[in-house]
Design a protein around this ligand. Sequence first.
Ligand SMILES: NC(=O)c1ccc[n+]([C@@H]2O[C@H](COP(=O)([O-])OP(=O)(O)OC[C@H]3O[C@@H](n4cnc5c(N)ncnc54)[C@H](O)[C@@H]3O)[C@@H](O)[C@H]2O)c1
Ligand SMILES: O=P(O)(O)OC[C@H](O)CO
Length: 350
Amino acid sequence: MRERLAIIGSGNWGSTIAMIAGERVLEWSQVPERHMEREVRMWVFEETVDGQKLTDLINTRHENVKYLPGIPLPHNVTACPDLVETVKDATLLVFVLPHQFVKKVCEQLRGHIAPSARAISLIKGLDGSQSGIQLVSHSIRDALQIDVSVLMGANIANEVAARQFCETTVGYADEANGALWRELFHTDYFHTHMVQDVAGVELCGALKNIIAVAAGFVDGLKGGDNTKAAIIRIGLIEMRRFASMYYKGVNDQTFLESCGVADVITTCFGGRNRRVAEAFVLSDKSFAELEDEMLNGQKLQGVLTAAEVCKVLERDNKLDQFPLFHRVHLIAEGNADPKTITQIKYVRGS
Ligand SMILES: NC(=O)c1ccc[n+]([C@@H]2O[C@H](COP(=O)([O-])OP(=O)(O)OC[C@H]3O[C@@H](n4cnc5c(N)ncnc54)[C@H](O)[C@@H]3O)[C@@H](O)[C@H]2O)c1
Ligand SMILES: O=P(O)(O)OC[C@H](O)CO
């Protein structure tokens, strides 16, 4: 049985991971024992760029000119506008798209997945389409009936695409699958570590985006580094508190992996959520308007995640234990002054 990799998503991170995985697959395809197909299909949500289809541009220039300009993609990566065609015969599925689009994508994929397929989710968000919230990896697993690992870390796409050294964390339930994904993505500049803690890794990846929005508010208010460090610390505590409240078995050590403290730091200094939240304080525009104006089609995850998390906390009468998450949500919705980000009442305890 030959392995075939498919990538579902082609934004800033999706294209970066296509670069890494495409190169690794090329190496593996030259080793007969790997039984690996050379081609990597990448699903592109089709759009027109300068009068041409984005898929055509990617396939002729071998570059995602819109979402990752200036970075060559390996020639074995082919852009495909058809979801079902993208996953045809694929045994290794990489999900990497903004979390708000996952449910619809899974509905379209149901019944078209190879029986031996397994997946990995690189999506930093939670599935708020349920009555409460669910891990995106669990939503994919339930929809497609396959094992789903996760990969999250301090990984700003443009820096990874420039091959600057960083680390990332693979969270797995099935050890053999976790090891396979770890090996597939590992390079000399992108170091992968494994932990048997899907929920811990994924919650870190999703919740750090709320903290990044808070950090952006601080920057917009011209707060100093001490203030941002305080926000980071309080945010980490809320992240851990949320994980232990809603998911049994999350390992405390996971918060010290790249997906935990390292990602909170990088995202609070260099991420898109931070940048747009800073602009929110300095303008009279909404997050939706700023996302359109500033990100050229890229999507924010933090504001939506704050809303989804606060909905659940409100339902369970627990908002008072998450003053930072709650405050971010109130400010982002225009229901509180950004200045109040530093007036939250810190709640002691784990
Ligand atoms: N960019 C980063 O630095 C980075 C790093 C690590 C993880 N992530 C995570 O990776 C995930 C994907 O982010 P990204 O940076 O690759 O994307 P992005 O924000 O750069 O781009 C948005 C993508 O969404 C697609 N899209 C737009 N409308 C759509 C629709 N209706 N249905 C399906 N797709 C649609 C666009 O074509 C584009 O590919 C997110 O969860 C993000 O948090 C991003
Ligand atoms: O640009 P952001 O804020 O979506 O963050 C990007 C990555 O998640 C950082 O690891």
